[in-house]
Design a protein around this ligand. Structure first.
Ligand SMILES: *[C@@H]1O[C@H](CO)[C@@H](O)[C@H](O)[C@H]1NC(C)=O
Ligand SMILES: *[C@@H]1O[C@H](CO)[C@@H](O)[C@H](O)[C@H]1NC(C)=O
Ligand SMILES: *[C@@H]1O[C@H](CO)[C@@H](O)[C@H](O)[C@H]1NC(C)=O
Ligand SMILES: *[C@@H]1O[C@H](CO)[C@@H](O)[C@H](O)[C@H]1NC(C)=O
Length: 415
């Protein structure tokens, strides 16, 4: 009798990321690895819960996200906290707390490439104790459930990492972590050295088991970091990790200082969307993450809509803008994977320029009419990851696309 060891079982079956045993002859997707697209829960599950709260992260896990996304900022006293904006009044009750009134201020900085001035309360001006006084709400997303407003506090990066370890253990499957470092120039202002924010994020992620340090970091600058003890995994495996940043220098720094792959986010640098531009991105990023309309209406139309100008001679020297239906292939050709953003909940407009009459610059002229068309197009183009809201809807569409691939294969065999 042949004894089936774990190794032989593992060799004959592949365990897909959602934790189900899948047939190794399963259909091949157009992603770089051939595996199905990985779904990244955008700020957790923000379609239903106030974003970046423990409820939002828990719900993203239960709905079957493969990765759960946090956005990082740094408090005045050096704690990494999780919030999308650098300012706080949009999604918290900060404006109604009299003790914090004096901290309102005007700040001007470069936000994802654009000069921005905001009159508000800023993460970097509040201590952690002050940030913990706040409660998160769903505003300004008024079409979403509002009855969880005021229930949840702003979390630290450590708490986020503990929550992902917790759902990994409690739900019995791994989840990926994919922290985005927001506005490093702003968060490093006034710190003891220029990569203070990045280094604290790296040392924190390392403590929780998701990265190792591969470059020189002056750890003596961070001797004040004191981490909570780890909840033992007790046999569960941690999921994968990736960094994200819109700041290309921060992306390069994270790549040269850790073992963790880096997502280069972009929607505002014209050079980025050319063949030679992508060659350069490939020197520091493993994953490329453009705004989704670069794959549909195209770079030229998008930059025009944002009043972003470029030097036509320089773009021509770099090989010209890559057409929207070529972009995925050009990224894969350089060994990088793809992770466009953001695929909204279906209660919200999809926001493609072609939907308001701009001519798409692809050969097919494709412009999505509904969420199914949108997702099938992106699956077909081979997206390795997608930032999604309403994760359960995205999961259903992913299953429907798998069925579609299986039917396609069956009809190839029978013909
Ligand atoms: C921010 O600047 C505007 C315009 O100068 C001014 O009206 C406002 O009072 C300023 N806000 C704060 C908090 O100082
Ligand atoms: C993680 O789970 C442990 C054990 O159930 C619990 O004590 C802890 O509060 C959880 N951590 C977070 C941040 O939710
Ligand atoms: C750890 O796993 C073992 C074996 O599955 C189980 O008996 C034990 O209760 C688990 N401990 C915790 C703290 O979950
Ligand atoms: C671009 O410029 C036009 C004309 O000045 C202006 O109406 C429009 O709001 C600007 N668009 C953006 C996204 O800044």
């Amino acid at each position: 009798m042949r004894i089936l060891t774990f190794a032989t079982v593992a060799a004959s079956l592949t365990l897909n990321v959602s934790g189900f045993i899948a047939d190794p002859r399963q259909v091949r997707w157009n992603t770089l690895t051939g595996k199905q697209t990985q779904l990244v829960g955008h700020r957790g599950e923000k379609a239903f819960m106030p974003e970046h709260t423990r409820a939002s992260y828990w719900q993203a896990a239960v709905e079957g996200a493969d990765y759960i996304e946090p956005d990082l900022g740094l408090s005045k006293d050096g704690h990494l906290i999780v919030n999308h904006n650098e300012w706080l009044s949009e999604n918290t009750n900060v404006a109604s707390i009299p003790e914090l009134a004096h901290l309102r201020t005007n700040k001007t900085w470069t936000n994802d490439g654009k000069p921005t001035t905001v009159d508000d309360w800023f993460v970097m001006d509040l201590t952690l104790a002050q940030i913990k006084m706040l409660r998160v709400n769903q505003a300004p997303f008024t079409w979403r459930p509002q009855h969880f407003n005021g229930m949840f506090e702003v979390l630290t990066f450590e708490e986020y990492l503990q929550i992902v370890r917790n759902v990994t253990i409690d739900l019995g499957r791994p989840f990926g972590v994919i922290p985005e470092l927001k506005s490093p120039l702003l968060y490093n202002l006034g710190r003891s050295y220029p990569r203070y924010f990045e280094d604290r994020a790296i040392l924190t992620l390392r403590h929780y088991g998701w990265t190792s340090v591969t470059g020189k970091i002056d750890e003596s600058q961070h001797s004040d970091l004191s981490f909570a003890p780890l909840r033992p995994l007790n046999g569960s495996c941690l999921g994968p990790a990736a960094w994200q940043s819109f700041d290309q220098e921060t992306a390069a720094y994270l790549s040269s200082h850790t073992s963790t792959p880096v997502v280069a986010l972009n929607q505002n640098l014209p050079w980025f969307f050319t063949p030679k531009g992508l060659d350069r991105v490939a020197t520091y990023a493993q994953i490329v993450s453009p705004w989704k309309d670069f794959f549909v209406t195209g770079a030229e139309a998008y930059f025009k809509s944002q009043n972003i100008t470029w030097d036509p001679k320089e773009i021509a020297q770099l090989g010209g803008f890559i057409a929207p239906d070529r972009l995925a292939k050009e990224i894969h050709k350089r060994g990088m994977t793809l992770s466009p953003y953001t695929f909204y909940d279906s209660h919200q407009a999809m926001s493609y320029l072609c939907q308001s009459g701009v001519k798409p610059l692809s050969k097919s002229g494709f412009c999505p009419k509904d969420k199914r068309e949108e997702f099938f197009y992106f699956f077909e183009q081979g997206m390795d990851f997608m930032f999604v809201e309403n994760i359960q809807e995205a999961n259903v569409l992913r299953i429907l696309y798998t069925n579609h691939l299986e039917q396609q294969r069956a009809s190839e065999y029978s013909s």
